[in-house]
Design a protein around this ligand. Sequence first.
Ligand SMILES: [Zn+2]
Ligand SMILES: [Zn+2]
Length: 246
Amino acid sequence: MVDRLANSEANSKRIAVVESCFGAAGQPLAIPGRVLIGEGVLTKLCRKKPKARQFFLFNDILVYGNIVIQKKKYNKQHIIPLESVTIDTVPDEGDLRNGWLIKTPTKSFAVYAATATEKSEWMNHIGKCVGDLLQKSGKAPTGEHAAVWVPDSEATVCMRCQKVKFTPVSRRHHCRKCGFVVCGPCSEKKYLLPSQSSKPVRVCEYCYVQLTSGSLPPRSDSMSRLGSKFNSNNLSDDEDEDDSSD
Ligand SMILES: [Zn+2]
Ligand SMILES: [Zn+2]
């Protein structure tokens, strides 16, 4: 099916439409062999709250962006190579239904479809694309993935010490290893997680101990010390803001 579509005019036209909706700020998406499998609006669970995002599933990448004008204009394009994606179902909870996790080494997040049918279609198609890619390349599925961030609203107190209450002054931070919402004192350390950043990133005290007590990676350890020396007084919260798109 995919191979037959790959060279079809209809497929090329559909991809050209997606490109034009993202405009000049988007990446060129038409490459030989790429097929647009499907598209739709999914609710992405962002740091502050769930937000509608337009998603496009190609046979090798997942693309999403903010909706400026429905079906006409999108911005803040993100491209995720499917080869590094793993998906996991999320149980329904309150208003958040029909969800699953999209996990990658650099970023992981939850999305929600409007119906259970849509959810299973998305999950089946993504799973099939990832499987086909891995089969073609002979690579093993990605083992490591970035933590899924717990949304700010889920934590009124620090999830590690359970003591510090969050206020406009006592701000929330996210551990890049476990994704917990933690207070400043519980997340003073930084550690190099190369799949997420070339610089050491904020981790909670618990994860720091786990990371440093295991096998000894001398280079990352020394870099994380360097990082925490520079940032021991973390007054700035900027780095903790979710990326500009969300
Ligand atoms: Zn704390
Ligand atoms: Zn942690």
